[in-house]
Design a protein around this ligand. Structure first.
Ligand code: AMP
Length: 396
């Protein structure tokens, strides 16, 4: 891989695509800076080499042009503090004004450009927009794993304009290496834990993981569609009726592929989607009418934990229950606990997906798993075996 760690960036204008799509509160304070932290090694490498770091990113989902709440200027103060230098800002991301801002940069300076998605051409991968972006730098670096599965102007098209000067940033390189550790010759047993709200969006990853893993654990809202597929009564639990047949076929496919599919056996149920609801416990296939399953129960936790503790490679994407509410976080926390213990005993564990990463942080597991991916969708697509446009674009 053409990695920036292999070259000197001295005197170069280095155009870096990062993922600064951070959550902001109503006063525009950053509430979770993980994505900025993750991009620091690449930015620091440019600074210490004596290059000029020109940072481009998207933030949120602007509809049509400038929107104050999506301005990347909100990241400046924090980035300046982290880097301990004053970071500059360009009010645009292309054109004369931005070129002028760049011409004033000294070696070692950092300049953040305004949100790429204020131009609709970013998401359409527009060639002309990419060409204008390419005029800003001598070297192009992609360090945005979170958007690597998108063929956008700044993640993919732009690379055509840097045939000899396109590089993997340190974060992107690290993400790919960690995913490859899990996917190529994994230490066995290899266990994947897939949770979250729905089966939709995770079908492809489940089927492709069948060819790789020894155990597949399913939890979260999607487990109730499986419970229905087994003929169970699931009360008012989240269910995708149009996916019941698919869930049945996923159960059969697992057997045919020799994969141990572990579904929850019991469920913590509530009479309302509310932390103060009336709570009861039942088999997952025997949930009373008027109740909905919001977490896995102790029997499931024990079965899942045993398999996790025996594993040598573990991938986790998606919570086991509604962990945002105190009364339904136990399953996610206990499964996280088991993953940390397995990691301590020598297993390689990789966690990804916005909600599982949030859970890992909430429960203080950050330092106890092997790797936390910054990309949810990108991680799933990589696990599915898809080629990520942002990765292909910078490969030799
Ligand atoms: P996803 O984005 O598909 O990974 O889903 C994450 C969301 O699934 C989280 O916000 C959880 O609160 C939610 N979730 C997990 N378990 C359940 C459940 N049993 N019922 C409803 N939502 C759930």
């Amino acid at each position: 891989m053409n990695n920036i760690s292999d070259i000197s960036l001295k005197g170069k204008k280095v155009l870096i695509r990062v993922d600064f799509n951070v959550p902001l509160d109503k006063h525009f304070n950053i509430t979770d800076d993980s994505r900025i932290q993750a991009a620091l090694p690449t930015i620091k490498k440019v600074i210490s080499d004596g290059g000029k770091a020109i940072i481009m990113s998207h933030l949120g989902r602007p509809k049509n042009g400038f929107e104050e709440k999506f301005s990347l200027k909100h990241t400046l103060k924090h980035l300046s503090n982290l880097l301990e230098i004053e970071v500059g800002f360009s009010l645009d991301c292309i054109g004369k004004k931005t070129l002028k801002d760049i011409s004033k940069m000294e070696n070692g300076d950092v300049l953040v450009l305004e949100n790429l998605r204020f131009y609709s051409q970013e998401k359409t991968g527009d060639n002309d927009f990419a060409k204008q972006l390419s005029k800003l730098g001598d070297v192009y670096v992609n360090d945005a794993f979170g958007t690597a599965h998108r063929a956008h102007a700044s993640t993919s098209t732009i690379a055509n304009y840097f045939p000899k000067n396109k590089y993997f940033g340190l974060l992107l390189n690290n993400e790919i290496n960690n995913l490859e550790t899990a996917l190529k010759n994994p230490q066995r047993p290899f266990t994947a834990i897939i949770g979250g709200a729905k089966i939709t969006g995770k079908i492809d990853v489940i089927t492709s993981l069948y060819d790789k893993v020894d155990n597949l654990i399913i939890g979260g809202g999607m487990a109730y569609t499986f419970a229905k597929a087994m003929g169970g009564c699931i009360g008012d639990s989240l269910v995708e009726n149009d996916k019941v047949a698919l869930a049945k076929s996923l159960i059969t496919q697992a057997k045919a592929k020799g994969v141990q599919l572990l579904l929850p056996s019991d469920s913590i149920n509530a009479n309302e989607f509310n932390n103060n609801a009336i709570i009861q416990h039942s088999e997952i296939t025997n949930i009373p009418d008027g109740f909905m399953g919001l977490d896995i129960g102790n029997d499931s936790i024990t079965r899942f934990s045993k398999v996790i503790l025996d594993s040598k490679t573990i991938i986790w994407n998606g919570p086991m229950g509604v962990f945002e509410m105190d009364n339904f976080l136990n399953g996610t926390k206990k499964i996280g606990d088991a993953i940390c213990k397995a990691t301590k005993n020598g297993a390689f564990s990789l966690v990804g997906g916005g909600d599982s990463v949030a859970a890992v942080k909430q429960f203080g597991f950050t330092e106890k798993v092997s790797y936390i991916s910054t990309g949810g969708g990108a991680m799933l697509e990589y696990l599915e075996g898809k080629k990520l446009p942002g990765v292909i674009a910078i490969q030799d």
